[in-house]
Design a protein around this ligand. Structure first.
Ligand SMILES: CC(C)(COP(=O)(O)OP(=O)(O)OC[C@H]1O[C@@H](n2cnc3c(N)ncnc32)[C@H](O)[C@@H]1OP(=O)(O)O)[C@@H](O)C(=O)NCCC(=O)NCCS
Length: 249
């Protein structure tokens, strides 16, 4: 699948989940333009980031979210208001009659992803593959026993990629549920092979939920792993990037 420029008349479609991407290191003028679309509350939060890369990560991701929503809902980016669940998952404040649009965002070391859907619970996660990460320690601590064993059965040279594939599958799921990692990462099993399509293998709180959740790998860059998770039946993805500065990704 390729990342395309979105057509002007792009409409939300229940059969698809739209994924938008951007580099974080945009030109200063582009970051400033995104900052100009944020709410007062978001600008206050952005101002608290003392490291410039963290500031840019937040502003570009929120700016991309507002731009993507604006593109499909045909409203100005600054008009959207977000509310937060008790676990801090943001969602669109809706007026009566609005389409039930859901979204989720993720950012990691220079890349931002935004997923938008209609009437589904969705979660997205991207991670840069970092060889220096102590993946065995992290996997032992956070993965289920079955996942840890499957990871250790992978050839050593493939383990770091398998670790990040598994990590994004698990994080995207707990973000789709909305609880974040407080949900309990060892409460469920996913497959660990990064080359295989991602799939939920076991859901210990209710075995029937294993068939409720659908996953897809988001191919964004060879140095990253990213996964999208949704309920509401099988889905197809549409991949969009529309910023000139994003073309080098
Ligand atoms: C959500 C969580 C998995 C994020 O993981 P991460 O890999 O560090 O970050 P990502 O870049 O993938 O995602 C961050 C985005 O996820 C969204 N998000 C935040 N909390 C979320 C949640 N509970 N569920 C789904 N999405 C969430 C936000 O949009 C956030 O972006 P922002 O901080 O720029 O607004 C992790 O922070 C978590 O578990 N949070 C739960 C916190 C919690 O339980 N808080 C209790 C009340 S304070």
């Amino acid at each position: 699948m390729t990342w395309r420029k979105p057509p002007e008349d792009l409409q939300l479609d229940t059969a698809y989940i739209d994924v938008w991407r951007s580099r974080i290191d945009l030109a200063k003028s582009d970051v400033a333009a995104y900052a100009g679309t944020l709410s007062r509350q978001e600008r206050e939060r952005a101002a608290k980031f003392t490291f410039p890369d963290k500031y840019e990560e937040y502003v570009v991701t929120r700016g991309l979210l507002r731009k993507a929503l604006s593109h499909v809902l045909k409203r100005s980016p600054g008009t959207f208001q977000f509310d937060y669940t008790a676990s801090r998952k943001p969602y669109l404040s809706c007026s009566a009659g609005d389409a039930p649009v859901s979204f989720n965002v993720s950012h990691s070391h220079g890349q931002a992803l935004v997923a938008i859907s209609v009437d589904r619970n969705i979660g997205i996660d991207i991670e840069k593959i970092r060889a220096e990460v102590e993946y065995e320690k992290l996997a032992r601590r956070f993965f289920s026993g079955a996942e840890f064993e499957a990871l250790m059965r992978c050839p050593p040279e493939q383990r770091v990629v398998a670790f990040f594939a598994t990590w994004t599958r698990k994080e995207a799921f707990v973000k789709a549920v909305g609880k974040g990692i407080a949900f309990g990462l060892s409460e469920f099993d996913v497959n660990v092979n990064p080359v295989e399509a991602p799939v939920m293998l076991a859901t210990r709180w209710n075995p029937q939920h294993v068939s409720k959740w659908f996953m897809a790998t988001v191919d964004t860059d060879e140095n990253y792993q990213a996964t999208l998770v949704a309920d509401g039946g099988e889905f197809q993805m549409r991949l969009w990037q529309d910023h000139a500065s994003s073309d080098r990704m």
